[in-house]
Design a protein around this ligand. Structure first.
Ligand SMILES: *[C@@H]1O[C@H](CO)[C@@H](O)[C@H](O)[C@H]1NC(C)=O
Ligand SMILES: *[C@@H]1O[C@H](CO)[C@@H](O)[C@H](O)[C@H]1NC(C)=O
Ligand SMILES: *[C@@H]1O[C@H](CO)[C@@H](O)[C@H](O)[C@H]1NC(C)=O
Length: 422
């Protein structure tokens, strides 16, 4: 085959896949009524929002709105009354941050006996839950329209770390009158905290403890082929997608998400298939099936994926090839313009001076143990780094496993207690 023909074929293939991907992810919103879904047999919990769902189990939650310095309107939730807490709330407040493509709902999808939002508030901590820009709770802006303005979607963990996390921390501290809080971040939820410490001097000290659950900084050793391929594809075709007007991906209410939500609750067979998909996404073998229950699988797809930007996904693609934790790589020429150097600057991990407890899983296919251990070797103030005893503990178990009470909550509680007064 001549190289010219080969190139044409390549261009054709790339264009076709761009169109296909664009079709799948651009996807008009499907405003299917809740009543319709309920009558189709969707589990009730999957159709509820945070305040409704926690309310169903006897927890009282408040909804708060936070505006960032660059105009994004974010939603936070605070659990003000927990079913099993009969004491005064402990102080200071705790801020719990979800991972990539998740929302605050990820902490309650596994129900009151397993969801960390329930367990932490039952232990009487004053629990606040964040939602980062681009997910369905935080898809607002003071003057940009996420449906029309491409500029809304020009973000990755950099902006989340520089604007969203500090804005939420400030809001909680102002509202409660405390000087510091305890921060718990899952995966990207920790990565963005590290970005904040590097880029916003003074903010790191507003946390007195960080609990890093499967923390995502670099993703060099990520085993999940789906995640590598998906994010690296986004990195390659971000420009092309943008030409087709695609900046937002995997949003709730979009065709792809609605389809998955429908499919996963349809029957025992499809529900099991969805479990398999989750497991494949996370790691290569299926040995940990059952950790995430059937019911949780049916519920979680009502809230997942929660949406983010192509740009953020593309940055993860770069992260799977990087030996360091650094800013977006625009290519040598553009890097010179943006950063004044051919290589993107590194995030300063030494700036995370706050004490860190890390909890990670041996069988995590998205944030590999090697990358966690690398990160811990770079952070100056690691109190303890704990590998979960269950050798099969994987990434999504952190939010969705039925076994959190025994596997990760005791350590979390131990350290929160240490950094808390009654
Ligand atoms: C959640 O549902 C309640 C009750 O339907 C509604 O009042 C509230 O606005 C909803 N909150 C969000 C963030 O969707
Ligand atoms: C959950 O799925 C398993 C098979 O994966 C099945 O044996 C079991 O009956 C299901 N449980 C419920 C409550 O549907
Ligand atoms: C990184 O942060 C540490 C702690 O704040 C500081 O001492 C150091 O100078 C910073 N390094 C760079 C390269 O900015």
């Amino acid at each position: 085959m001549s190289s010219k023909r080969f190139n044409t074929l390549n261009v054709l293939l790339v264009s076709l896949s761009v169109v296909a991907v664009a079709y799948v992810i651009r996807t008009p919103w499907l405003p299917i009524k809740r009543e319709t879904k309920a009558s189709l047999g969707y589990p009730k919990d999957s159709l509820m929002n945070f305040t409704e769902l926690t309310g169903k189990y006897g927890y009282i939650s408040e909804e708060h709105h936070v505006i960032t310095d660059d105009g994004y309107i974010l939603t936070m939730f605070r659990i003000v009354k927990a079913t099993n807490c009969h004491k005064q709330k402990r102080s200071p407040p705790v801020l719990l941050m979800h991972g990539l493509l998740q929302s605050s709902d990820s902490w309650i999808d596994s129900g009151p006996n397993a969801g960390l939002a329930y367990l932490i508030s039952d232990a009487c901590y004053d629990l606040w839950l964040g939602n980062v820009r681009g997910n369905y709770y935080s898809r607002g802006h003071v003057h940009l329209n996420p449906d029309k303005d491409a500029a809304y979607w020009k973000f990755y963990i950099e902006e989340i770390g520089i604007y969203d996390v500090p804005a939420m921390i400030d809001y909680v501290l102002d509202y409660t009158g405390f000087e510091k809080l305890n921060y718990i971040g899952f995966s990207q939820g920790t990565g963005t905290f590290l970005v904040m410490c590097s880029e916003r001097p003074g903010y790191c000290d507003k946390a007195q403890l960080v609990i890093a659950l499967a923390p995502a900084a670099r993703n060099l050793n990520t085993k999940s082929m789906i995640f590598r391929t998906l994010t690296q594809t986004f990195a390659k075709i971000e420009g092309a997608l943008s030409m087709y007007g695609v900046q937002e991906v995997f949003s709730k209410g979009a065709f792809s998400q609605e389809f998955v939500a429908f499919f996963c609750q349809l029957s025992d067979f499809t529900e099991r298939l969805c479990e398999t998909i989750i497991d494949t996404f996370d790691h290569a073998d299926f040995s940990h099936m059952g950790s995430i229950t059937n019911e949780t699988t049916r519920v979680l797809f009502g809230h997942f994926p929660a949406g983010t930007s192509v740009h953020n996904m593309a940055r993860y693609g770069q992260s799977t090839r990087s030996t360091t934790f650094k800013k977006f790589d625009y290519g040598k020429e553009q890097n010179l313009v943006v950063y004044g150097s051919e290589q993107p600057p590194l995030y300063n991990l030494s700036a995370t001076t706050v004490p860190v407890l890390c909890i990670y899983g041996n069988n995590d296919g998205l944030v590999d143990t090697k990358d966690v251990e690398w990160l811990m070797s770079k952070l100056p103030n690691v109190l303890e780094s704990v590998k979960v005893k269950d050798p099969l503990w994987n990434h999504l178990d952190v939010t969705y496993s039925q076994y959190t009470v025994g596997s990760i909550f005791p350590k979390i509680n131990e350290y929160l207690l240490k950094y808390t007064s009654a």
